[in-house]
Design a protein around this ligand. Structure first.
Ligand code: PEP
Ligand code: MN
Length: 264
């Protein structure tokens, strides 16, 4: 059995309590949309902001992210709200750009964690940088591939690691965009209890109506946090419009979460 060295995520001045909440738009689209969404989230107490800058689209032609011009917008979010900022990185260039603009947390997306060459490139670029990295499960239900990504990062000296459970793609018809297959993150936890697990109800559900119940399921399983896509005007979002909710809707969902005793 492999060994991983996992240390708690450190964000200066922030005491991370369960559930860890990370929220923000699927994509940073404009400076105004980014700051508006961030301000509303900050006002309701969210401390960690997410926004995609480089978007890995399944097929070409969709919005592929604004790229590096969006990083100063995130820097403004950090300066004006005090929130920590997180972006997805998929190659060494993304890592260097994110560091340049003071990004606090990086995450590896589901299409990237399915590709060992890409994970290795990101891990190599992160050598010597002590930053929290969240690893989404690969798009396919392959636990070993997910664990392999943690090992590659760990071998590069990254120890502040957490898992994001975002569901698994399936060709079968399903009410979910990506089937949760809860048994897979549960098995990850059994083998590596020290890795925090953050559930991503937005990419699991794919639609607003499923977000609340997936959040509750994650809490019932005693998972550690939630990463939820929010947008100041979800219907007009340039990516993942059907699953994004307003910060106000998020507040309602979080207020209604029941942190009862775990069912396993
Ligand atoms: C995202 O977080 O917006 C994203 C692209 O997610 P995933 O990698 O889970 O598809
Ligand atoms: Mn998205």
């Amino acid at each position: 059995m492999s060994q991983l060295k996992i240390e708690p995520i450190r964000l200066p001045g922030l005491e991370l309590k369960r559930p860890i909440i990370i929220s923000g738009p699927c994509s940073a689209e404009t400076e105004e949309q980014t700051l508006n969404t961030a301000q509303q989230l900050s006002d309701m107490g969210v401390k960690i902001f997410r926004a995609g800058i480089w978007k890995p689209r399944t097929r070409p032609g969709a919005f592929e992210g604004v790229g590096s011009i969006g990083l100063p917008w995130l820097k403004r979010v950090k300066e004006e709200t005090g929130m920590f900022i997180g972006v997805e990185v998929a190659n060494a260039h993304h890592v260097y750009e994110a560091i340049k603009y003071g990004v606090d947390i990086m995450w590896i997306g589901a299409r990237t964690s399915a590709n060992p060459f890409a994970v290795q490139e990101v891990a190599d670029a992160l050598k010597g940088i002590d930053i929290p990295v969240l690893v989404k499960n690969p798009v396919n239900p392959d636990l070993e591939l997910w664990i392999g990504a943690f090992e590659r990062l760990n071998n590069a000296g990254i120890t502040q690691l957490a898992a994001i459970h975002r569901g698994f793609s399936t060709y079968d018809k399903s009410e979910f965009r990506n089937h949760p297959q809860w048994q897979i993150p549960i098995e990850l936890r059994r083998r590596f209890p020290e890795i925090p697990i953050i559930t991503d109800p937005s990419h699991i559900g794919g639609k607003r109506s499923l977000i609340a119940e997936i959040c509750q399921e994650a809490m019932d399983l005693s998972f550690d946090g939630l990463i939820i896509e929010t947008h100041c005007n979800p219907d007009k979002a340039w990516s993942d419009a059907s699953q994004q909710i307003t910060p106000e809707t998020l507040k309602g969902i979080l207020d209604n979460l029941v942190l009862r005793r775990p069912k396993i």
